[in-house]
Design a protein around this ligand. Structure first.
Ligand SMILES: NC(=O)C1=CN([C@@H]2O[C@H](COP(=O)(O)OP(=O)(O)OC[C@H]3O[C@@H](n4cnc5c(N)ncnc54)[C@H](OP(=O)(O)O)[C@@H]3O)[C@@H](O)[C@H]2O)C=CC1
Ligand SMILES: O=CC(=O)O
Length: 345
């Protein structure tokens, strides 16, 4: 298939491309500005960021749908597939094409992204029957942006590269809103040429990208970040409940925290709805618990003790058993409430 040039133009999507701020200076971390400079120094840019070829996108859940949508809005030629076909419809309305299997998407596209729920689904979609690997060939690329463990990523990478195609793992930090706003942080590892080739696409979907070397390093970085996040959410939940119990207004606690050294967008964003016991799903609780489970295994592989994470994991498991798996992960506070109630009885 002849590779067509599609302009993912800054002018076409200014809202997706705010300037990067406060990024650490380090080797192989590229901001949007750097990416633009690289693109225009190759003589291809003309003020925009160009990607040569067709883009596939597998997995259109909370994260995949807005990421694919941003690629389409930026002018890319995107072909989508999702297990539940109806989730493709909004993307098709925006101009995406559809193929009935991951293999057919991969064979009709130059680069295919995958955003799946967990290690099992990521491996199935890449390596299973009618999986992406069956449609890959030399010259093509596969970028897995799902959060999985390093072993799964290596397994997927080996299957992909056995076809002659290139593999990049690129899990993202940032939730539903950053995905919608094109402000994700990509934690990439694997084939560096593919990393450079897809950089203009990563810059449409994200605000920064780190290249971390061998496959497994991106997965490990993502798990470490998310284990910190999961523990922070439990600690915050404990604070909200304790403040209320001692007669303070938990809304005031949210405000106090927001002004001090431990302020975090997560607390300000989720605190007010947690106080109202509302948990609109941005990051499903089941995925946070999956990440803690994988982080615990990662820690065990190097004999590192992470007792706070182990305790947090138990609470997320308890929340799942209360039927909260598909709620936002901030619903973990309900497991603490249930614990308090049962200890009163
Ligand atoms: N939500 C968030 O804030 C963030 C999530 N992540 C990570 O990104 C990944 C996706 O998350 P998110 O979009 O929230 O999750 P969702 O649960 O919304 O979407 C999961 C996707 O995986 C697909 N899927 C699940 N099982 C299978 C299977 N067996 N075969 C084929 N497809 C399958 C689903 O298809 P179907 O529609 O048919 O169910 C859906 O497209 C996860 O790894 C998560 O940890 C990373 C950063 C932030
Ligand atoms: O994985 C979740 C996130 O918010 O990042």
């Amino acid at each position: 298939m002849a590779a067509a040039a599609f302009l993912c133009a800054r002018a076409a999507a200014p809202a997706l491309l705010p300037p990067s701020r406060g990024l650490p200076r380090r080797l192989l971390l590229a901001s949007r500005a750097t990416a633009a400079a690289l693109s225009s120094s190759s003589g291809e840019g003309g003020g925009g960021v160009e990607f040569q070829g067709k883009v596939g996108f597998l997995g259109l859940g909370i994260m995949g749908a807005p990421m694919a949508s941003n690629l389409i809005k930026a002018g890319c030629d995107v072909t989508v597939w999702n297990r539940t076909k109806s989730k493709c419809d909004p993307l098709l309305s925006l101009g995406a094409k559809y193929e009935p299997s991951p293999a057919e998407v991969a064979s009709s596209c130059d680069v295919t992204f995958a955003m799946l729920a967990d290690p099992e689904s990521a491996a199935e979609v890449a390596c299973g029957a009618n999986g992406a690997a069956e449609g890959l060939a030399p010259g093509k690329g596969y970028v897995d942006v799902s959060t999985v463990d390093g072993a799964t990523s290596k397994l997927i990478g080996e299957r992909i590269t056995s076809t002659g195609a290139s593999f990049l793992e690129a899990p993202v930090s940032g939730s539903k809103k950053p995905a919608e706003d094109g402000l994700l942080i990509f934690l990439t590892a694997g084939n560096e040429s593919l990393y450079k080739r897809v950089a203009p696409l990563l810059d449409v979907m994200g605000k920064s990208r780190f290249y971390l070397g061998d496959v497994g390093n991106g997965a490990a970085m993502k798990l470490v970040v998310n284990m910190v996040m999961g523990s922070m959410m439990v600690s915050f939940s404990e604070g909200l409940l304790l403040s209320e119990k001692v007669g303070l207004d938990p809304n005031t606690l949210v405000e106090v925290i927001s002004q001090g050294a431990i302020s975090a967008p997560m607390f300000s964003l989720k605190g007010p709805s947690m106080v109202k016991a509302a948990y609109p799903t941005a990051f499903p609780l089941k995925h946070q618990q999956k990440d803690l489970r994988l982080a615990l295994a990662l820690a065990e592989s190097v004999s590192q003790s992470i007792p706070t994470v182990a305790a947090a994991n138990e609470l997320y498991k308890a929340a799942k058993s209360l039927g909260l798996a598909d709620h936002d992960f901030s619903a973990v506070i309900e497991a603490l409430k249930a614990k308090a109630q049962s200890s009163q009885q």
